[in-house]
Design a protein around this ligand. Structure first.
Ligand code: C2G
Length: 132
């Protein structure tokens, strides 16, 4: 049986930290499914619109070599449904979410990977808008 890995994220202003977590997630199985958070979810979660629209973020993530399938994550509360719908064997998230998804360990393995240090969308936006 092929092992399916699922991960979630906004992936706004796509950067190498996003790429690394996707590569490491893919390495844990045979098929990688990525839930890209909807614009409305992002607004609720972070209080601002993403720089790139969900259609653009979806297109970028879908084009990555390690990614087999993408979908729009409409709500954080639907995680269990998504895990089951895609028959995921493993849920992978960066360790900024450590412990937050342990409740799903009854249906799949839950793995938190260390974040890539010193890079984030917020820091990039600040750097670009500050002009430094
Ligand atoms: N990430 C990373 N290293 C960084 C920045 C991000 O490993 N320097 C990882 C995060 O830990 C996450 C993924 O990249 O696993 C996507 O990060 P975000 O776009 O910030 O996504 P987030 O807002 O955490 O959305 O259902 C959960 C949410 O949709 C996750």
């Amino acid at each position: 049986m092929p092992r399916t890995v699922i991960t979630f994220g906004t992936f706004d202003v796509f950067h190498v930290g996003h790429l690394r977590v996707i590569e490491r997630a893919a390495a844990l199985g045979d098929r990688l499914v990525v839930g890209v958070s909807a614009d409305a979810l992002n607004l609720r979660k972070k209080g601002r619109e993403p720089v790139f629209s969900q259609a653009e973020r979806l297109a970028i993530v879908a084009a990555l070599k390690p990614v087999d399938e993408v979908f729009v994550e409409e709500s954080l509360e639907l995680k269990r449904d998504y895990i089951q719908k895609f028959a995921a064997d493993v849920l992978v998230m960066g360790d900024d979410w450590a412990g937050r998804f342990d409740e799903f360990s009854d249906v799949c393995e839950v793995v938190y990977l260390p974040r890539t240090p010193a890079i984030s969308t917020t820091a990039l936006i600040e750097k670009i808008s500050g002009g430094s």
